[in-house]
Ligand binder design. Structure first.
Ligand SMILES: O=C(O)C(=O)Cc1ccccc1
Length: 284
């Protein structure tokens, strides 16, 4: 039975690019928002969800992290990394110049990735945030106004838009990490070579936080476990209360990770394994 894969839609998003690059043959279902896509796996309406987690320029997609931490705990079973190129998309009939564009629509991360370009080349255009770059392209395709979207070439193709300006992202080497969420890992079939295996953890500190973060980092350091990311996010229980997301560049094992978890819990931390999973670096 083929798996059904949900992704942040509509068609033409970078998430759809990632899904098309990583999976073939499965049924693919578009969702308007990241929470709706995650909920669909939780409610077992679909088998797998693919949602954006982090961009190399703008950082973490907070909505994804907060939803996975505070609302729906689903295991991360894989990560897909794809290169990102942002282009300025307009109606094919648009004959004006950049100065004639009154609005620029896109996902907040896409806008942020092009902040300098927008500041220098489109200072008068009103920024309109959308749930995805594909949604922005869809809006422009249905409008007869002089408005633009920031998105990819797939979006230009599926919505019949033209590229007014290519590669408007402020920094090159732009990539986004997408997480693959699934309750039943047997449904997951990605036929690409694995780049690395990693384990993501969620750690909250004890009420007496003096030196606690140093103790957390020490628990990994003396075990020579390499951390590729540590990021704090609000617990949403009050100002100054954080949890930490830590990525460890190795798969879960039966010695080191249980040792870290036991040591940190003995120090009063809460420790959750968000997933241990392969990372696939894809070209598109
Ligand atoms: O909006 C999209 O196309 C997405 O898939 C989310 C996103 C937005 C900006 C960069 C990477 C992914």
């Amino acid at each position: 039975m083929l798996a059904t894969i949900g992704y942040l839609g509509p068609k033409g998003t970078f998430t759809k690019l990632a899904v098309d690059a990583a999976f073939n043959g499965e049924h693919k279902e578009s969702y308007a928002t990241i929470p709706e896509c995650i909920d669909a796996v939780e409610h077992e309406e679909i088998d797998i969800a693919v949602v954006p987690l982090e961009n190399a320029i703008e950082g973490t997609v907070q909505l994804t992290v907060d939803y996975l931490v505070h609302q729906v705990r689903l295991p991360i079973v894989a990560e897909i990394v794809v290169p990102i190129q942002q282009h300025l998309l307009v109606q094919p009939t648009f004959q004006g110049s950049l100065g004639d564009i009154t609005e620029v629509h896109s996902h907040s991360h896409a806008i942020a990735q092009c902040h300098q370009y927008l500041h220098q080349s489109l200072p008068e255009a009103k920024i309109q945030y959308t749930t995805s770059t594909g949604k922005a392209a869809e809006i422009v395709s249905k409008s007869d106004l002089s408005i633009a979207a920031i998105g990819n070439k797939l979006a230009a193709e599926v919505y019949g838009l033209k590229l007014l300006q290519e590669n408007i992202h402020d920094y090159s080497n732009n990539h986004t990490r997408f997480v693959v969420l699934c309750k039943d890992e047997t449904k997951l079939k990605i036929k690409h070579p694995v780049s690395i295996e990693k384990t993501s953890m969620l750690i909250s500190l004890p009420s007496d936080q003096a030196g606690a973060l140093h103790q957390v980092l020490s628990a990994f350091a003396w075990r020579k476990m390499s951390l590729s990311k540590i990021e704090s996010r609000p617990m949403k229980t009050g100002l100054g209360n954080y949890f930490f997301i830590i990525d460890v560049d190795q798969p879960y094992d039966d010695v080191l990770f249980p040792g870290v978890k036991g040591e940190l819990e003995a120090l009063g931390c809460n420790v959750t394994i968000m997933g241990t999973y392969p990372v696939y670096k894809l070209t598109i």
